[in-house]
Design a protein around this ligand. Structure first.
Ligand code: ATP
Length: 811
């Protein structure tokens, strides 16, 4: 479904993780998985297993840590750093720590080397020599004065003023561990080791032993044993000791700071800080030497250092909340959104501002899947379900292309103002709708304009409009654009600067009806351009002819996925098979039923042709239903007005032909009724797609005659439920008959001719002309005509109906 994003490049499928998983698991492979699981159950099962595994690993890590602490403490008790060795009575002099002076000198040497900046970390700072007040013989007690390592080793850097400690710390931090991994590292690295531990406080121990519950409650005891020698190994590198925090606050330490550290609990800090002055990388071998400290006596308290269970809890809760945040951001599998935000993309700030002004934050799956590819300038053929934001998916790259082109192009080079992005779409209403969306996205981009070139308006007015207003993005229907190209308006020269060519509803525009026009338009465009084709349906033939527009190495981005249904799960689909004669009775009945069950109803009724639409509209209007009509025979002004009205309102019925089937975004349509078979499977999907947009619910009903059943074969992979023909009460029947009787005969005759023309053009029904004539006659009687109206001879010849019984010809 949505989350399966398949990319095909030059015949090979590549792409995101999911596309790879699906291309492996789904593409040509089984649709169900062991245990009869479907792919989502299979995926969820594996995600759960991964989580469990991760938790198990964390537990193991804790246990290992505890074991390690215990074994090291045991070793200290025996006076040997290696738990496996025999206990020794005296500390080994050969492994004693180097003196602080030596240590600092080695650090200084290392830190002063060219390019050693990045060896500094936030722990580099004022340290002082630890005071040996117990049995340690390994520390040089002669030097008591505080030592600022940074000052010591980087005097010249400080004096030149080029060293910014804070900046250095931040950059270090940003390169370093995440807080979680730091935390975990801290636990692993902070083990007890031999060495001076004078002044070593319980807080330090807290961070050392976070796991074993038997250590809890020993804190007080430890406080009383501060004079016990002991160093926390590497703790200074990753732990958050008090002195570190203090140091971070004021990295150029004062004498006062140092004095504080010299007394009481601060005694050991000096030594710890000294150890903290370099990363393990910076310390190199010196660090190794330091860890091999003289043995010392370990008290009971130290043997069982207090476990701060709160630290563990905090760690775990942090981890949990992180998981929760991730879980929250994860979109449900049937959501149209991907979870990615627009501000994570590289759209220009003004576009982002416009998006957020419209309340648009998250990308839909198709936008997420295509945006980076489109912004990279690659050609793409994109397939995504209806109402999932394809228009925005191509408008955003169009805007960014214009922004880039305007930034780089010298306006004096162009004699005429250039059009950088051209969008072709099949209908006038769709062009206007895309233009409106484009204008909203261009709200903050001054000097960038979007214009339409659509039929039904005056040619001259088009030209004036194009010249007076800025227009770098042009949205056009093929016929009208071709008119302009062929009439040698300056559109051809303006198109020479074109960078991006987009074809919306690409399968329709590359189909025979439009292909000629599209080919002629392409001939006028520069060859060096990016091209994008979008549609909710892309049959195989269209993939083949897409080469007309796209480069050979284009991407194929399919957010629906191989083998997945192209319609929305949330849209209930049903089919009703009723005799043709009863269709004009059934439709009002269904509408009345829906209206009484749905407070805010909004219904679209699709009819096969404009004239049949007109007849249906007139009938429903006669029956006092709140109804509007749009079809190609209506003047453009009427079409625009009705389209806008239907967008804004509810409790309205729109009767329409296929002019409204594609792309039209009428929000919150509750029911789509298709009367008679659509021209093909794709058209069924697009008509149905007027409901259930933006992930909402919807209903669709296909009403066909028994002889149209063959068409269901084309939809057999879609979840269509057969529903019975309703019992029509005599009152409704009478009401329909009376209303039909009131309708002008010319409307009915036109409807008959249109009906005949439509079914004659459908391959399956047009083959057998005699049967077609019989069916047409039945239709004719069902709409209240006494006899079929005659055809013009020329028309009959064209349709292959001349001489067919039941088809009268005009004398
Ligand atoms: N990221 C987004 N967040 C919220 N709403 C969005 C987003 N992207 C698009 N929309 C809205 O979703 C609606 C449907 O979008 P659009 O008409 O582009 O769908 P479509 O995929 O082109 O449909 P069709 O296949 O019918 O042409 C529009 O109202 C649009 O403004």
């Amino acid at each position: 479904m949505y989350s399966s994003i398949l990319r095909e490049r030059s015949g090979t499928f590549t792409g995101t993780l999911w596309s790879r998983i699906f291309s492996r698991n789904m593409g040509g492979g089984p649709r169900t998985f062991p245990g009869g699981l479907n792919k989502w159950q299979w995926k969820r099962m594996h995600e759960k297993k991964a989580r469990e595994k991760e938790n198990k690993l964390l537990d193991q890590e804790k246990q290992l840590y505890e074991a390690r602490i215990r074994s090291e403490i045991r070793a200290k008790m025996w006076g040997n750093s290696d738990p496996g060795e025999k206990p020794t009575a005296k500390p080994s002099q050969s492994h004693g720590p180097m003196s602080p002076r030596e240590h600092i000198k080695s650090l200084a040497d290392r830190f002063m080397k060219a390019g050693a900046d990045d060896l500094w970390n936030e722990d580099d700072g004022p340290v002082k020599k630890p005071v040996d007040n117990s049995n340690s013989n390994s520390i040089d007690s002669s030097s008591n004065s505080p030592i600022d390592v940074r000052r010591l080793v980087s005097g010249n850097r400080v004096s030149t003023g080029s060293y910014n400690s804070n900046r250095s710390f931040d950059s270090r931090r940003s390169r370093g561990f995440s807080s979680m991994s730091r935390g975990r590292f801290k636990r692993n690295e902070s083990s007890c080791d031999e060495g001076d531990d004078d002044g070593f406080d319980a807080k330090k121990l807290d961070t050392l032993s976070p796991f074993s519950p038997k250590f809890a409650g020993k804190k007080e005891k430890v406080k009383s044993s501060r004079n016990v020698n002991g160093v926390i190994r590497n703790r200074g590198l990753f732990g958050q000791s008090q002195s570190q925090r203090k140091f971070r606050k004021n990295d150029s330490s004062t004498e006062e700071d140092s004095e504080d550290e010299n007394d009481g609990n601060g005694k050991m800090k000096g030594w710890i800080d000294l150890r903290r002055t370099g990363s393990s990388a910076s310390l190199g071998n010196h660090d190794v030497k330091l860890t091999k400290r003289a043995n010392r006596i370990v008290t009971d308290e130290e043997l069982y250092p207090p476990l701060d269970i709160n630290v563990v809890r905090e760690d775990l809760s942090k981890r949990k909340s992180l998981e929760n945040v991730m879980e929250e951001n994860r979109e449900p599998l049937d959501s149209i959104y991907s979870g990615k935000r627009f501000d994570e993309s590289c759209l220009s700030p003004l576009t982002l501002k416009a998006l957020s002004a419209s309340g648009i934050v998250k990308m839909t799956r198709v936008q997420d899947a295509t945006l980076s590819e489109c912004l990279d300038g690659k050609d793409a053929l994109v397939k995504a379900k209806t109402g999932t934001g394809k228009s925005m998916a191509f408008l955003l790259p169009a805007i960014e292309t214009v922004v880039k082109a305007m930034r780089s192009s010298d306006s004096s080079v162009h004699r005429v103002s250039p059009i950088f992005a051209l969008i072709l779409c099949p209908t006038r209403e769709l062009a206007s709708q895309i233009a409106a969306e484009g204008k909203a996205l261009l709200k903050y981009h001054e000097g960038i304009g979007v214009q339409t070139l659509i039929g039904g308006t005056r040619f001259k007015l088009d030209q004036q409009r194009l010249e007076s207003d800025p227009c770098q993005i042009l949205i056009a229907t093929p016929g009208r654009l071709l008119d302009h190209i062929e009439n040698k308006s300056n559109i051809t020269s303006r198109l020479m600067a074109l960078k991006l060519f987009i074809v919306d509803e690409a399968d329709l525009l590359l189909d025979l009806g439009f292909r000629r026009d599209v080919e002629k338009i392409i001939d006028c465009l520069p060859r060096q351009r990016q091209s994008l084709l979008f549609s909710a349906t892309i049959p195989k033939e269209v993939r083949r002819v897409s080469q007309l527009v796209l480069k050979r190495d284009h991407s194929y981005i399919d957010t629906i996925g191989l083998g997945c249904v192209e319609t929305h799960d949330k849209v209930e689909q049903s089919v009703m098979v009723a005799p043709h004669e009863s269709h004009f009775h059934v439709v009002p009945h269904l509408l009345n039923e829906h209206i009484s069950n749905t407070a805010d109803y909004k219904v679209i009724v699709f009819c096969s042709t404009g004239m049949v639409t007109s007849l249906m509209y007139t009938l429903l209007r006669e029956m006092k239903l709140n109804v509007r009509e749009i079809h190609a025979r209506k003047p453009q002004l009427h079409r625009t007005r009705v389209s806008d009205e239907f967008k804004e309102s509810n409790r309205l019925i729109l009767v329409t032909s296929d002019v409204s089937a594609r792309g039209m975004n009428y929000p919150d349509v509750t029911l789509v009724i298709q009367v008679g078979i659509p021209s093909d499977r794709e058209q069924y999907i697009h008509r149905l797609g007027r409901t259930g947009r933006e992930g909402k619910d919807g209903k669709g009903l296909l009403l066909i005659a028994p002889w149209e059943r063959y068409f269901l074969d084309e939809l057999k992979d879609l979840p269509l439920e057969p529903v019975p023909v309703p019992d029509l009460d005599s009152r409704t029947k009478l009401e329909v008959d009376q209303s039909m009787a009131k309708i002008d005969t010319s409307i009915k005759e036109a409807a008959y001719h249109a009906w005949l023309g439509y079914y004659n053009s459908v391959r399956e029904t047009g083959r057998d002309k005699t049967t077609l004539a019989e069916l047409a006659n039945r239709f004719c009687y069902s709409i209240g005509l006494e006899k079929p109206p005659a055809l013009f001879r020329k028309t009959a010849v064209k349709m292959g109906l001349k001489g067919i019984p039941g088809i009268p010809i005009r004398k």
